[in-house]
Ligand binder design. Sequence first.
Ligand SMILES: Cc1cc2nc3c(=O)[nH]c(=O)nc-3n(C[C@H](O)[C@H](O)[C@H](O)COP(=O)(O)OP(=O)(O)OC[C@H]3O[C@@H](n4cnc5c(N)ncnc54)[C@H](O)[C@@H]3O)c2cc1C
Length: 314
Amino acid sequence: LRRALHERLFYDSIVIGGGPAGLTAALQLARFNRRAVLFDGGNGRSTYHQVNHNYLGFPGGIRAQELQELGRRQLRAYPVAVVDETVTEVARAEGCFSATVSSGEQFWGRTVVFATGVRDHFPTFPEWQRFVGRSIFWCIVCDGYSTRGRRIVVVGNDNDAGVTALQFLQFTSHVTMLTNAPDLGLHPGVCDALAARGIPLVVDTIARVDGHDGIVGRLQLGSGNSLDVDFVFSLQGQSPNSELAASLGVELSRQGYIVADQDQQTNIAGVFAAGDVTRDLAHQVATAVHEGNTAATAANYFLYLPEQKHETYG
Ligand SMILES: Cc1cc2nc3c(=O)[nH]c(=O)nc-3n(C[C@H](O)[C@H](O)[C@H](O)COP(=O)(O)OP(=O)(O)OC[C@H]3O[C@@H](n4cnc5c(N)ncnc54)[C@H](O)[C@@H]3O)c2cc1C
């Protein structure tokens, strides 16, 4: 710790994750004149090709990658340390926290903000990443509007996927439901509703995808059949990147998301969480930005001396 203080590797806040939540948290911490270090492993939802059309202030939308670049550029005006490495370990250390990165280097901080996002379970096939955000999506809130009148295939094998397929009728009548599994996992009631609304339910797997430049044209199925398609919506779910937080003793929900209150505080004093990793629903840039800002504000308040806190005076 003494070496850390000497080498200025000791920070007010350690921010883990450089998507919209983490970047916003780091920016607001800097605006509070706090020393922050931000770590990013470089493989989250901002690394795909989607354009965010529903984030206010960008007529025509903004590419997720570009928003991240802009956020990083905005941070450069402040002395925020940005470390492009994955944090492999977080631990408590003498009244503060330590973070170890993949190269083995260690950093210390008085507070931690987890903004680590989720891992999507998209259908995989050669070069699938090129298609995500161009013609393969997962979010009806974000990209349902783009499907108006187009042919879509909803991929998933549970009731949520079936219900989402039904919701897509708000945008297009050309909806097909594909289990991408050999057995049917949907409730009979959902199957009946799909049939009643004219949505074909295909129990089959994706064997290959024909397309170019990230645009899907046809799904070749395990049975030898095929589906012509404009957009694929994967409803195969995602897993929160909450393992590091769990190792620190942070409480997780049944689905593995970090439990945080409305100030983004976790059950551990000085540990905050923001963005997709805190919730099963509302995975949106606007939500991540809101939570990142709130987490930074709560972390700043946590860092105040007793005489700087309202409750000291009753
Ligand atoms: C195809 C697609 C389309 C979308 N369209 C829209 C849209 O139109 N509008 C909208 O609002 N939202 C959209 N979203 C959702 C939006 O991208 C997310 O809600 C948003 O990125 C969440 O921000 P975040 O900061 O919580 O997580 P992320 O953006 O996923 O960032 C998390 C970061 O944490 C890093 N990380 C994780 N673990 C570690 C670690 N141990 N050490 C260091 N770094 C780590 C990752 O590398 C990553 O950069 C879309 C998502 C996808 C995939």
